[in-house]
Ligand binder design. Structure first.
Ligand SMILES: Cc1cc2nc3c(=O)[nH]c(=O)nc-3n(C[C@H](O)[C@H](O)[C@H](O)COP(=O)(O)O)c2cc1C
Length: 344
């Protein structure tokens, strides 16, 4: 028996180690190397709503200009239509990966709103993807839009994508929902077969000299796993049997993967660790996970999964607020009391 076997979104995986959406899953050759190193599935980088919508707007404009400006407009149209779009290339990559790989290929759509573009979910299914990850990434910057309105809109997108495809849909969310457990359960009720916790937001920086806003992308650190750990522990008993859970953010080692499984994840996803250490790092993480399971008496991932979740924990409050006080009191580094407070 394969002790690492797990199931994610109804797909049987040889291990819980999955390469998450990022630069290493963009090219089929790179995905083949990930598979060789032991990745049990790959998630393609997202096809972004902006890219699809922008191209469609440009195409419409070109077609309109063609019809207005040229007598030979009818000849012109097929040329414009022949241009390979970002979406076409994305679909072609799925087809190629399905030819080259034995492991499941999960496509990803980045959505900020519902709309006609969601029909791509159907094309992704036709291209042969095994599942679809819906990457809900947005900033709640509009003071006129309430949390309830934004959540309703997100749930609408999940429902719409579910209607557009028969594929199992996982929803990758940020931790910034005001009532995360309620939203997560509503997402499952809206049709999500899995939750990926969490998407990382990248905060832009400011160049003080040029006053320009600069994009900044930093890779994750292992301590960032704590946020998904806490929420997977809390959500596991609430969605178990209805949806899979994936840990994303801060999985760098086999022990990190073990922790994610202990609190109830079905899979542990990695991007930063593979960008830092190379694709072959998956094999190292797998060895570490197996060694940890042996040392701790676990025969299978099934036995390990969720054994320290909120429901199974001797101290469930540790995952909730009570932990806050303990954490604050746990600071025991010597304080530098030499500098005396200044009188007011
Ligand atoms: C360079 C880069 C590109 C990424 N592109 C995507 C993407 O297209 N879609 C997506 O959902 N997540 C994307 N991610 C996020 C990762 O899939 C992952 O959720 C995040 O990096 C946290 O996991 P980690 O700690 O293993 O890196 C990207 C991350 C990086 C570093």
């Amino acid at each position: 028996m394969n002790r690492l076997a797990t199931s994610y979104l109804g797909l049987d995986l040889r291990s819980p180690l999955v390469a998450s959406a990022g630069p290493l899953t963009r090219q089929p050759e790179s995905a083949v190397r990930l598979q060789k190193s032991g990745a049990a599935a790959v998630v393609l980088p997202s096809l972004f709503e902006e890219e699809v919508v922008h191209e469609e707007v440009e195409l419409d404009r070109a077609l309109e200009q063609g019809a207005e400006s040229f007598a030979e407009a009818l000849d012109y149209h097929p040329e414009v239509r022949d241009v390979e779009s970002v979406a076409d290339r994305y679909l072609a990559t799925i087809v190629e990966m399905k030819k080259e790989l034995d492991i499941p290929v999960i496509a990803s759509l980045n959505a900020t709103s519902s709309g006609g573009w969601i029909r791509f979910a159907g094309s992704i299914e036709e291209a042969g993807a095994d599942a679809l990850e819906l990457n809900l990434y947005r900033v709640a910057a509009d003071a006129a839009r309430t949390g309830a309105a934004m959540e309703a809109s997100d749930l609408g997108v999940i429902r719409e994508v579910g209607t557009a495809t028969g594929l199992p849909v996982a929803v990758k969310i940020s931790p910034y929902y005001s009532a995360l457990a309620s939203f997560a359960v509503a997402a499952v009720e809206a049709g999500a077969r899995g939750l990926v916790l969490f998407n990382r937001f990248y905060q832009p920086d400011l160049d003080a000299d040029t006053r320009q806003v600069l994009p900044r992308l930093e890779l994750s650190r292992p301590w960032e796993l704590r946020l998904p750990l806490r929420w997977i522990a809390i959500l596991h008993p609430q969605v178990d049997g209805h949806a899979s859970l994936a840990a994303s953010s801060g999985v760098h080692s086999g022990i990190d993967a073990a922790k994610a499984l202990l609190v109830g994840a079905d899979v542990a996803m990695m991007t930063s660790a593979l960008l830092q250490n190379g694709r072959e790092h998956i094999a190292t993480v797998e060895k570490e996970l197996v060694a940890w399971m042996e040392a701790n008496g676990y025969d299978s991932v099934a036995q390990l999964r969720g054994s320290v979740s909120y429901a199974a924990s001797d101290d469930p409050a540790a995952f909730e607020r009570a932990n806050y006080l303990k954490t604050l009191r746990s600071w025991n580094a010597p304080l530098d009391l030499k500098s005396k407070p200044q009188p007011d």
